[in-house]
Design a protein around this ligand. Structure first.
Ligand SMILES: [Zn+2]
Length: 365
């Protein structure tokens, strides 16, 4: 008996699924998407939406699940003590974290998927300042303890610019995460190095040796410029690797989406004029196939991700998530039932598409 992937209930743990050679999709980019929808600000990027409009967060998670994500990550990116202090809401810290974790876990478990807690680059790290390192350790500890307490299936440490901070995050997950598997990703910088000057592939290999279940790269680079770097990571690491680029059309001259320039004015597009640079559906589909061929077992999209792009990723892996019900389907346009529309169709072809002889064109379909 065959079981449809769309209906199967995933009960396996992250470790079991990776061991089985499965590929997991983790849709991210929540902060950018919630900003686009009007629920948080560019600049501070703090997810106050979790407290102020929790139903919006729940709905967004549901949309991602519908599109094919299998790991539902709590939206706690920059939901740490220092960032909340920045906007005078430090007192809301624990509530924001617990609420984000409960929403994510609720959606994940409703669909038989995996829920994840999340910590990220604090933007405070200074390699040679023990007091800062200790401060970050305390910040990681409290967020990890809340995540473990709320019963997540794994904890993600992501977007680290420094190897030292990534290693600290891993240590803290191992120490305070009550056995939660750790997924650690580094920011895919244009230089290919961490800020503390470790080549990214080497940094991933070292994190793997230190016990991270999955290591890899996320954000900063788009698919086109992420691909060569993730190949290096694949060669350097033995176990499962993660790849979650930003969903923007980066290139060899502008490897990071922060470097992209407006095609008309030449001005830097980040952070408010990035929409013209969003990767296309076809690019994400092809990129996902390439990742699969490389043996990347944990893939997703970061900043710029949208549910329809996650659906492309899922379909590229041969899956049919619920949102595939409404995937593009142009077949009806040429069906017999559409004969009522024939006249208008030909007019459209002639006047909008500029096709001189629509009858001839249709005959070749
Ligand atoms: Zn990102």
């Amino acid at each position: 008996m065959s079981i449809s992937r769309a209906t199967v209930v995933y009960c396996s743990s992250l470790l079991d699924r990776l061991r089985d050679g499965d590929t997991l999709i983790c849709g991210e980019g929540y902060i950018f998407e919630l900003e686009r929808r009007g629920y948080l600000s560019i600049g501070s990027y703090i997810p106050v939406v979790v407290l102020d409009h929790p139903h919006v967060v729940r709905t967004l998670h549901e949309e991602y699940v519908r599109a094919g994500t299998e790991i539902v990550e709590a939206i706690t990116f920059f939901g740490d003590r220092s960032h909340l202090k920045l906007i005078g809401r430090e007192d809301d810290l624990e509530l924001l974290n617990r609420q984000a974790l409960r929403i994510a876990r609720g959606v994940a478990h409703k669909h038989g998927l995996l829920s994840a807690g999340g910590i990220c680059s604090t933007m405070l790290y200074k390699p040679d300042d023990p007091s800062v390192v200790e401060k970050i350790r305390r910040m990681f500890k409290e967020q990890i303890e809340w995540a473990a307490d709320e019963g997540v299936d794994l904890i993600i440490g992501e977007t680290f610019f420094d190897f030292g901070e990534a290693r600290l995050a891993l240590e803290c997950i191992q120490q305070y995460g009550k056995g939660s598997p750790a997924v650690i990703t580094l920011s895919a910088s244009p230089s290919g190095m961490t800020f503390d000057e470790v080549p990214l592939a080497e940094a991933c290999a070292r994190l793997e040796q230190l016990g991270a279940v999955v290591v890899g790269l996320n954000c900063i680079r788009g698919p086109a410029t992420m691909l060569p770097l993730i190949k290096e990571v694949r060669e350097a690491c033995r176990g499962p690797i993660a790849c979650l680029p930003a969903a923007f059309r980066t290139n060899d001259q502008m490897k990071a989406f922060h470097q992209l320039r407006d095609l008309k004015t030449g001005a830097i597009s980040n952070p408010v004029e990035l929409d013209p640079h969003i990767a296309s559906r076809g690019e994400i589909r092809e990129f996902s196939r390439q990742l699969k061929a490389l043996g990347v077992q944990y893939m997703g999209l970061c900043c710029g991700a949208r549910p329809y792009l996650i659906r492309e990723m899922a379909e590229a892996l041969g899956r049919k998530p619920p949102a595939s019900e409404f995937a593009p389907d142009l077949s009806r346009l040429a069906s017999k039932e559409s004969s009522d529309f024939e006249w208008s169709t030909k007019q459209y072809m002639k006047h909008i598409l500029g096709i001189e002889d629509p009858d001839l064109e249709l005959a070749t379909l």
